[in-house]
Ligand binder design. Structure first.
Ligand SMILES: Nc1ncnc2c1ncn2[C@@H]1O[C@H](COP(=O)(O)OP(=O)(O)OP(=O)(O)O)[C@@H](O)[C@H]1O
Length: 365
């Protein structure tokens, strides 16, 4: 097949999927997926349940078969190769450790079956354990480890194999919230040290934002957008991405509210952190070069979320939600406000969910 858009197949020795389709019986789990991961890049695959995230990893690993399309890895077409011949290491959600083997043997396992000498395998296992921060656990069995420790062992096992690509399937999902946050930072630091090409699957947008060089948003088997975290947040390519990435409580308004709204827009969407409250009589002035979205809206409810508070208001056009710093005086329940936003914080979407370019708001970015 011809090279995917964006250049020749596999320019940097990383991973490239071109036109990949995977079916599970009648379910189309992946539909026309084109995705290139640069060598050394950490790319996060983000999406809701059943989006096809695990299937994407499995088709790269060779555990699921592509009904159409190709997978290239480090310059080779691996589409037809069995898992063992692909040079990938997968870390599963469950970690899949062998309960009857100690940590050292668990880490060395992949090496032993690939024919490395026993001593060389143990040395490689110890080195990988040191990198993953579990060198002090080599004599224990998985049943004697905490969730976080098991996760490190599973990572060490993947590292020891020095694969061309790491495939991590929700590796943090078994950890409690606090441990997940600290382990996430360690995982990123580990990636920066090792520099391995990595596909990391999660349904947690905060994890994706914190970890990824880029994020690929998957929905119902299709990629909605592939972009660095800041761009995904600032310029969501679809209505779905706008809702899935960032704080909840998007305000949705009729685009006609803005005099020069771009043609073809069916919805105007604004994030709560981009909306400003001011006294109704000052609203038009405070809009500055931006947009006055509601001249009068009444605050009806406040919702505390740590350092931020979400103020829910009722406007003539429908509900509006504004984020204010907790402790700020603005947004008092029962009071009336004008609601404004900077022009480049307005997102316009067509009826089919695609972003409509707004020459007035995003001309230079
Ligand atoms: N072995 C299978 N047989 C039939 N259908 C399957 C199989 N595996 C996955 N599917 C279906 O394929 C679709 C994609 O599943 P997949 O596990 O890739 O999603 P996911 O994004 O990883 O979901 P989750 O976040 O819930 O793990 C779903 O509709 C799922 O029900």
């Amino acid at each position: 097949m011809t090279a995917a858009p964006g250049g020749p197949v596999d320019p940097g020795g990383g991973l490239r999927l071109s036109g990949v389709e995977v079916r599970h019986g009648r379910v189309a789990a992946l539909r026309g997926v084109d995705l290139a991961v640069r060598r050394g890049e950490l790319l996060v695959v983000l999406g809701p349940s059943a989006a096809g995230k695990s299937t994407l990893l499995r088709v790269v690993a060779g555990l699921d078969r592509a009904a159409a399309g190709t997978v290239h890895l480090a310059g080779r077409d691996v589409t037809a190769l069995p898992p063992g011949a692909r040079d990938v290491a997968m870390v599963f959600q469950s970690y899949a450790l062998f309960p009857h083997l100690d940590v050292a043997r668990n880490i060395a396992f992949g090496l032993s079956v690939r024919g490395a000498g026993r001593r060389a395998a143990r040395e490689a296992a110890a080195a990988a354990a040191a990198v993953a921060g579990c060198a002090h656990l080599l004599d224990r069995r998985p049943g004697q480890l905490s969730g976080g420790e098991r996760q490190r062992v599973a990572l060490a096992r993947a590292l020891a194999r020095e694969p061309a690509v790491f495939l991590l399937d929700e590796p943090l999902s078994q950890l409690d919230v606090e441990l997940r946050t600290s382990t996430r930072a360690e995982l990123r630091a580990l990636h920066d040290r090792v520099g391995a090409t990595t596909l990391h699957v999660t349904h947690d947008q905060a994890e994706a934002m914190a970890l990824g060089d880029r994020i690929a948003v998957l929905r119902a088997g299709r990629l909605e957008q592939v972009a660095p975290p800041a761009q995904l947040w600032r310029r969501p390519a679809t209505r779905f991405v706008a809702g899935f990435v960032g704080a909840p409580w998007l305000t949705v308004l009729p685009p006609g509210l803005v005099a020069d709204a771009p043609a073809g827009a069916a919805e105007l969407v604004v994030r709560p952190e981009d909306l400003r409250l001011s006294l109704p009589r000052d609203g038009a002035d405070n809009a500055g070069g931006g947009a006055l979205l509601a001249p009068r809206a009444t605050a009806v409810r406040r919702e505390l979320a740590g350092a931020d508070t979400f103020v829910h208001l009722a406007a003539a056009t429908g509900p509006v939600t504004v984020r204010v710093p907790t402790g700020a005086r603005t947004g008092e329940v029962g009071a009336e406000y004008a609601v404004t936003a900077a022009r480049d914080a307005l997102h316009f979407f067509a009826a089919d969910g695609a972003r409509v370019a707004d020459p007035a708001g995003e001309g230079t970015s």
